[in-house]
Design a protein around this ligand. Structure first.
Ligand code: AMP
Ligand code: ZN
Length: 696
């Protein structure tokens, strides 16, 4: 029997296609094998174990170079990840050389886990980051990049060996029917030498007269439609003899839909301005053209996902998820059920507060009462007690802490504004926070300002940001929840509140905080801290403040965290780009905003009590007004506060702070987070629902 591969594409495409088919076959037969070499279990090794499991890779763990080598000789892993952070455990470079000395290791990808920015002899390096999603992203990048390339090389070699050894005659042509390859069996059956055929058009090779006159046209039209042709064909040998053959001609084309894709691609290409996502979609479309069916279908699914707007939000299963997580996600990550009821929620402060006369008493850093100054002495420490300041200032901590922190960062000098203007501004902003809210009051704003200032002092953060970013971050933190009504976005949307109507049910509160902050500030020269800065500088500052306040919106939580994680995995040089500065600033304010689970235990408990009380009050009101209950678990009669905190930490906090710690280096916060998580777990194991255990 004699077989031909006739192709509608260039030879290179044929080869890639054939390889891809083989590659997919390989994948179907065996899962990716990963060897982790870590002397000790730690969060980094756990991160990779978890990532392997999530990616469905086979994972082996070795603790010593000897056992690593033994394991490698047995399994010939596709990917080896070696801990290269601590030279005291073992010599990672020596281990790499030993693995490379094994014959079959040439297609193995070896990656070293390194400390930040160390110079290392390894070609592939992963900068220490225990965040599970970062490990998972890294594995996927490797799988689709270097590991896949190695697979293809191996598969390519195998296919050529198979072609050379085949008993069947095989011929490969290009799309325009120029012969590209014939195998040895073809040479011996047909009597030609490779060199006589390669580069010739099929039409130039003599044909047998025994075939029916229209046979060639039938075959060609079949192939042009992308279909395989099989039948009896008389081939003419070099010596003139005709031999009857059962021939199979297989066109190797991208896939059935290539025509349709061409036309839509042409339309997209004709657009002069391409958004980045359009470029990505175009690249995938082009890759589909030359991919075999399974890959093309997988890419179709990728395209489907890319065309949605919710790229960064995990799709939470609804079946057996924990109800606390479900409620928090439903309550914080959506803009309500969009079932607007007739109940109007009357917003409590229709007219923004002007500067109350009792607050206009002269106040400057120099005349802060000593008792208050004393409580602020350690304001640069993470363990600073904001509730002491709240008590000492009779619930006006924002003004005092603001004066001290803004002065420490030289904000007045930067803005060229008198301290009196800053003082008035702080007072009027604080007056627009609702002291009646148990959580979203000016103490929360002061707490977020404190965390922001703390983060801004971290070396890596300082390196990444400019002075204008620092000023923007401090102002954004101060105003980020101004005039918060103590109800969630979902509530406002469900209640058809004026604000929800004004902002089209989209980022309602955050839009309001940002807009109101600028209204209050610019309405009156006395408190306009921006009055003396130049127009362009004002525009830049304003844009940065708005961006940060909007970033506190929880519907975008995973988008901001994932974008940040993706960007910090890039080299330092890339971090200095403007785009990355924006991601750092967003992450900074987000982490400051929900840093209460990372505060010392007593403070963390107090915050948990306050947020729970605010949620309970919302549920009470929803019931009273017959509105949908957005977070049913936050019912004061039944709620387990420990469970709600465990869910909040698990779902929103852990990954975010892992990433932020990997960037900014915050061991004390991570220690508190760990302690607090254990504290809530401890209460939950005792089936307690309260903030604290009952007295002995
Ligand atoms: P913001 O309204 O800007 O303070 O955004 C932070 C969101 O996280 C708010 O919706 C809070 O209700 C929520 N949040 C903050 N801390 C906690 C906590 N300890 N437990 C549950 N939710 C919290
Ligand atoms: Zn907040």
């Amino acid at each position: 029997m004699c077989s031909f591969f006739t192709t509608l594409h260039l030879l290179t495409v044929v080869i890639i296609d054939v390889f891809c088919l083989y590659y997919d076959m390989c994948l179907a037969m065996s899962l990716l094998q990963v060897l982790l070499v870590f002397a000790k279990e730690d969060s980094q090794s756990n991160g990779f174990c978890w990532a392997c499991e999530k990616a469905n890779f086979r994972c082996s763990m070795a603790r010593t170079p000897e056992s690593a080598l033994e394991c490698f000789l047995e399994k010939h892993h596709d990917l080896v990840i070696i801990d290269h952070r601590h030279s005291r455990h073992f010599d990672a470079e020596a281990l790499c050389r030993s693995i490379r000395a094994v014959n079959s290791s040439e297609n193995t990808v070896i990656v070293a886990v390194v400390k930040r920015y160390v110079i290392s002899f390894f070609l592939f390096r992963y900068v220490e980051n225990a965040n599970m999603m970062a490990c998972y992203n890294e594995l996927l990048q490797l799988e689709h990049g270097e590991v896949r390339a190695q697979f293809k090389l191996r598969a390519g070699n195998a296919i050529f060996t198979a072609l050379e050894q085949s008993q069947e005659a095989i011929e490969i042509t290009s799309e325009d029917q120029v012969i590209q390859y014939v195998n040895p069996a073809y040479e011996s059956i047909m009597g030609y030498q490779q060199g006589e055929l390669i580069g010739k058009e099929i039409i130039e090779v003599p044909k047998s007269e025994k075939n029916k006159p229209d046979l060639l046209e039938t075959i060609n039209s079949c192939i042009r439609k992308g279909k395989e042709w099989q039948g009896i064909y008389y081939a003419k040998k070099k010596n003139g003899d005709s031999i009857q053959q059962n021939v199979k001609i297989t066109p190797v084309i991208g896939q059935g839909g290539s025509q349709r894709r061409h036309s839509s691609m042409a339309r997209i290409h004709s657009m002069t301005i391409e958004a980045p996502i359009t470029k990505v979609i175009n690249i995938i479309n082009a890759a589909q053209e030359s991919s075999p069916m399974p890959v093309a279908e997988a890419l179709d699914r990728v395209l489907e996902i890319l065309r949605t707007t919710e790229l960064y939000s995990p799709q939470l299963g609804t079946k057996d998820e924990d109800p606390h997580t479900n409620d928090l996600v439903g309550g914080l990550m959506t803009d309500g059920l969009r079932r607007l009821s007739g109940n109007e929620y009357i917003f409590s402060t229709k007219q923004p507060h002007h500067l109350p006369s009792h607050l206009t008493t002269p106040l400057s850093l120099n005349d802060i009462p000593p008792r208050i100054a004393q409580t602020m002495e350690n304001e640069d420490s993470w363990d600073f007690d904001i509730f002491n300041l709240e008590a000492a200032t009779l619930k006006r901590p924002l003004t005092y802490l603001g004066l001290k922190i803004f002065s420490r960062f030289g904000v007045c000098e930067f803005l060229n504004c008198p301290e009196a203007t800053l003082r008035s501004w702080l007072q009027v902003i604080e007056a627009n926070y609702h002291s009646s809210n148990s959580y979203h009051n000016s103490t929360h704003a002061a707490d977020v300002l404190h965390a922001t200032a703390y983060f801004l002092c971290k070396e890596r953060v300082k390196q990444s940001l400019d002075p204008i970013d620092e000023v923007a971050a401090l102002i954004a933190a101060t105003v980020h929840d101004v005039d918060h009504p103590g109800r969630t976005n979902s509530f406002l949307c469900n209640a058809g509140s004026e604000l929800a109507i004004l902002y089209n049910d989209t980022a309602v509160l955050e839009s309001h905080h940002a807009a109101l902050a600028f209204q209050i500030t610019t309405r009156d020269d006395k408190c306009n801290i921006f009055k003396n800065i130049e127009r362009n500088e004002y525009r830049t500052l304003r844009q940065a403040i708005i961006d940060m306040v909007l970033a506190t919106e929880m519907t975008k939580h995973f988008e901001h965290v994932n974008k940040f994680v993706n960007s910090i995995n890039k080299p330092l040089a890339a971090l200095e780009e403007n785009g990355n500065r924006i991601l750092v600033k967003r992450m900074l304010i987000k982490c400051a905003d929900i840093s209460n689970p990372c505060r010392p235990q007593e403070l963390c408990i107090e915050w948990a009590g306050r947020i729970s009380e605010e949620y309970f009050a919302q549920t009470d009101e929803e019931k009273r007004q017959g509105l949908p209950v957005v977070m049913p678990v936050f019912d004061r009669n039944t709620c387990s506060i420990p469970k709600s905190q465990i869910s909040f930490i698990d779902y929103f906090i852990t990954d975010m702070f892992d990433a932020w710690d990997a960037f900014a280096d915050l061991p004390n916060l991570m220690q508190h987070l760990d302690n607090n998580f254990k504290y809530w777990k401890g209460l939950d194991e005792r089936k307690l629902h309260s903030l604290r255990p009952p007295p002995e």
